[in-house]
Design a protein around this ligand. Sequence first.
Ligand code: HEM
Length: 182
Amino acid sequence: MYGMVNKSVEDLITTQFGADKWELVKAKAGVTVESFISNESYPDAMTYGLIGAATEVLGLSVDEILFTFGEFWVLHTARLGYGELLSSAGRNLGEFLDYLPSFHTRVALIFPHLKPPSFECSDRQPDRVTMHYFSHRPGLSVFVRGLLSGVAKMYNTPAEITQTQFKDKGADHDEFLVRWEL
Ligand code: HEM
């Protein structure tokens, strides 16, 4: 994945747990990179390794870290670095989710080697939508739940995000019901 993902993990851990903890995480993951370059590609295994090491160093579960990282990605990393891209994607949560299936096509203009996830919407109602998430990467559904929660917070919209289908339990893909207050 692009370096900005690892850099965001670094920002999350240093700001919320301290720089010393980040050094421990890197050491445990065997990562010797001094500073990640945002638009350079790194092996996915490095990102998974950092998350795994963080669970041990911080004493949190993988789900806790992935959910927190999802919210952090939207509310800090994306908002600070790509605020216009985010805000042009919708005037409210519903519009943003309608646009999400096309979103990474625009991200790929900035990061041409992006291997993005893909999203589809179905059963759209004024206050809800079912989001379908497809990826060749395993184990990231809780990250998606955190991302969706971050997007709802970005719009100051109370929302409930429930995973309704699980790829790791044999479903074709992961599915989430997102319901929000009108
Ligand atoms: C400005 C905002 C965003 C930027 C710049 C961005 C960029 C990226 C980048 C660089 C990756 C790593 C993939 C790679 O390097 O090949 C990624 C992965 C991912 N993005 Fe985004 N993204 C943004 C917003 C979002 C939002 C709002 C969602 C969903 C609500 C999302 C869902 C994901 C997921 C689930 C992955 C993990 C990869 C996978 O599942 O295969 N992203 N994104």
